[in-house]
Write a protein that binds this ligand. Sequence first.
Ligand SMILES: Nc1nc2c(ncn2[C@@H]2O[C@H](COP(=O)(O)OP(=O)(O)O)[C@@H](O)[C@H]2O)c(=O)[nH]1
Ligand SMILES: [Mg+2]
Length: 337
Amino acid sequence: MKKDSDHAVILRWINSIEKGQIRSLSRAITLLESTRIEDQNRARNLLEGALERLNKTDRIPTTRIGISGPPGVGKSSYIESLGMHLLSLGFRVCVLAVDPSSRVSGGSILGDKIRMERLSTQANAFIRPSPSQQILGGVTHTTQSIMSLCELAGYSAILIETVGIGQNEGAVADMVDCFILLNQPGSGDELQGIKRGVLEFADVLLVNKMDGATKYLAQQTLQSLQSTSQLINHSLKNYQVPIIGVSSVEETGISESWQAVAKFLEQAKSIGYFKHKRQLQQEQWFKKLSEFYWLQHLHTAKHSRHLKNTLLKEMQLGKKSILEAAQEFTRTLLNNR
Ligand SMILES: Nc1nc2c(ncn2[C@@H]2O[C@H](COP(=O)(O)OP(=O)(O)O)[C@@H](O)[C@H]2O)c(=O)[nH]1
Ligand SMILES: [Mg+2]
């Protein structure tokens, strides 16, 4: 009986998300983000239903864009300007801001909100700062689940802001259709640093703050990047990564940057690279979800606590090494489902 009524509640919930009701969407995201064990079943049912609905209906194609770069480079400011531009083109815009620093500083989420003040008052825009769940770079399986919910709610452009710290760019790039990397106006030395690791993930490179006191430096950075652009090896064959200067504050170069994204997507679609990337996104999502379920199982399995205590004791008595104990713990619980 309870099961039936739960099912009905979930169905109603999904219906109202599909109608674009922001409150229902927000509540659903909060549920998916919940780390409480007792929320997991509902979250799973909700997501299951939402994905089923998404697959059933013919919907407008969505575009998932990742925007990354070091703290302070202007990601939030750029997203606001790009978001306003996309609204003017008829998109419904959703912004997911995953900012691991916000947990530490406590202030950046508020800062992001203030900086996206214009966008946040628009009827066709939805901004959602997400707690990073203490995972490096803040990207988890829930980010992908949330993207799907937002697509069900009718958002056609999903913009994901992540802080680039040099290690998580690959993970973010694997969950979006197009990855934009923002660069600071800076010295050549800093560019060397960017080049090595991160540039290979970028589909579009931007140099921000092309205005006022930083204009000259930004122009230099732009030129320096452009002069090395042939060295960037993009996995889409014959694709030359565009490098564009923008000012998110003065809103110059914004539409040009979007044209570059659109051109990339067009080229990617024409040779099946886009489809391939969507498959990779599914694979990564699957992998992350599986890892999540494994961990969950490890910590909630019936004999988990008992086994852990036994093994800890054996370790303390010198009967087992820490490696043996950890492996036995994992192996035993995974074999005894
Ligand atoms: N001059 C100038 N400042 C900018 C620009 N974009 C962002 N900023 C400033 O850079 C700081 C960091 O911006 P923010 O968007 O929060 O960066 P984020 O940490 O990458 O999200 C803020 O003080 C912004 O006002 C720009 O295009 N020009
Ligand atoms: Mg920000």
